[in-house]
Design a protein around this ligand. Structure first.
Ligand code: SAM
Length: 380
């Protein structure tokens, strides 16, 4: 079986590595997705265990079109009864970039008719559309004249881990936080500090990794559980086997924030993720914070500045550079922000740069090596 795991821009390589380690073959990273081969067991395992996948699609047809009618005819050729019955509900998500369709919704309507007619001809009944809670979620992708029809095995995006009860104004996407940690090379062997942790996404994703807790453990639902061929026993076995790998954290993880409200929210999220013994939290202004481990990793996701005056935000980024230099010698610091202008005020020369997206927002992820002793960090 062929599958497509979707991810955020910039995380394709780390997702490909995750998929290989989960047992995927023919792994190929493309733009915002990774193609791979595997079986039903792997499909369930990727949904439950992959930290950087947003969803996993199973393509059921691909064909070329020269007219709108070709979409109807191609859609009617899929053996839909393999995946659903006339009693099922379904919904179609169209992603269209094609001269054949000016209106995205119209392509979705054509496929909907093809599916409804397919069942009506065979059973006299037709499945109904339910956009809010569909039994089967169908992804219709048309690029120029190439149509791909897939079934979404996740339905609820996989960044919705299920541990987030409350959130601050600008949380990182969980998949992005996990991706940053994997990109950074942090291997749960060094202390980790997030001194602007907001709702705690980075410390929680790090805690899940350190304890080998599958990211799907707190979810109540995956789309494939509603599929006609859902194998409950197989899924229970995968969950049992994955959960049996859980260990106590070999490292300490610290989160702090200047806002006591944010720390209260993080405490609730940490507790829901079962990491209260792993993640230590405190209210602190970063400028007063000192590293607890000179070989440790620091992750910073400062405010982007939408709610601050330009001189305030520039001052904040300047303070980050000074504090890293004086209070965090020896550490490896990673900083992610969408504010490239204020970033200049950090005043340190990055060792690595990566472009990533937090939702629709383009961000830059930078690595700084903070030297110990007399050797000064390089100026930007
Ligand atoms: C973009 S948010 C971080 C979001 C977080 N990564 C998450 O996923 O929820 C930036 C955070 O920096 C905090 N902050 C701003 N100035 C600070 C300072 N001087 N010291 C510590 N935290 C600060 C804010 O309270 C806010 O929670």
């Amino acid at each position: 079986m062929k599958f497509v795991a979707k991810t955020l821009y910039g995380l394709e390589k780390v997702l490909a590595e995750e998929l290989i380690s989960l047992g995927a073959s023919e792994v190929q990273a493309v733009n915002r997705a990774v193609l791979f081969n595997g079986d039903k067991e792997l499909l369930y395992r990727v949904n439950y265990c992959a930290r950087t996948a947003l969803s996993v699609l199973m393509p059921v047809a691909d064909f070329r079109i020269r007219s709108k009618d070709d979409l109807y005819n191609g859609g009617a050729k899929v053996e839909w009864e393999r995946f659903m019955d006339a009693d099922n509900t379904f919904s179609i998500v169209p992603v269209i970039n094609s001269p054949h369709f000016v209106h995205t919704g119209y392509a979705g309507l054509i496929l909907k008719d093809a599916i409804a007619d397919y069942f009506r001809k065979r059973t006299g009944r037709r499945p109904s559309v339910d956009t809010s809670d569909p039994g089967i979620l169908i992804n219709l992708h048309i690029s120029n004249d190439l149509v791909t029809i897939s079934i979404d095995s996740s339905v609820v995006p996989l960044f919705k881990r299920g541990y987030r009860q409350v959130q601050t104004a600008a949380p990182l996407n969980e998949v992005l936080a996990a991706g940053i940690l994997l990109l950074s090379g942090w291997k749960a062997s060094a202390t980790l500090t997030d001194p602007m942790c907001g709702s705690g996404t980075i410390p929680i994703e790090a805690g899940l990794m350190a304890c080998k807790i599958p990211p799907g453990k707190f979810r109540q639902f995956f789309g494939f559980q509603r599929w006609k061929d859902f194998d409950k026993e197989l899924f229970e076995n995968i969950k049992r086997e994955s959960d049996s790998q859980i260990v106590s954290s070999p490292v300490k993880i610290f989160g702090s924030d200047i806002s006591d409200q944010a720390i209260k929210q993080t405490e609730a999220n940490v507790s829901r993720s079962g990491l209260s013994d792993v993640v230590s939290l405190e209210v602190s202004d970063f400028k007063n914070f000192n590293t607890v481990d000179k070989q440790g990793f620091v992750f910073l996701n400062p405010p982007y500045g939408q709610r601050l005056q330009p001189d305030e935000i520039d001052g904040l980024y300047g303070m980050i550079g000074t504090t890293l230099k004086h209070n965090f010698p020896g550490t490896t610091a990673w900083l992610i922000t969408s504010n490239k202008e204020s970033l200049k005020n950090v005043g340190l020369k990055p060792k690595e740069k990566h472009i990533l997206f937090n939702g629709a927002l383009e961000c830059i992820l930078l690595k700084y090596e903070m030297y110990q002793g007399t050797k000064k960090p390089e100026k930007d």
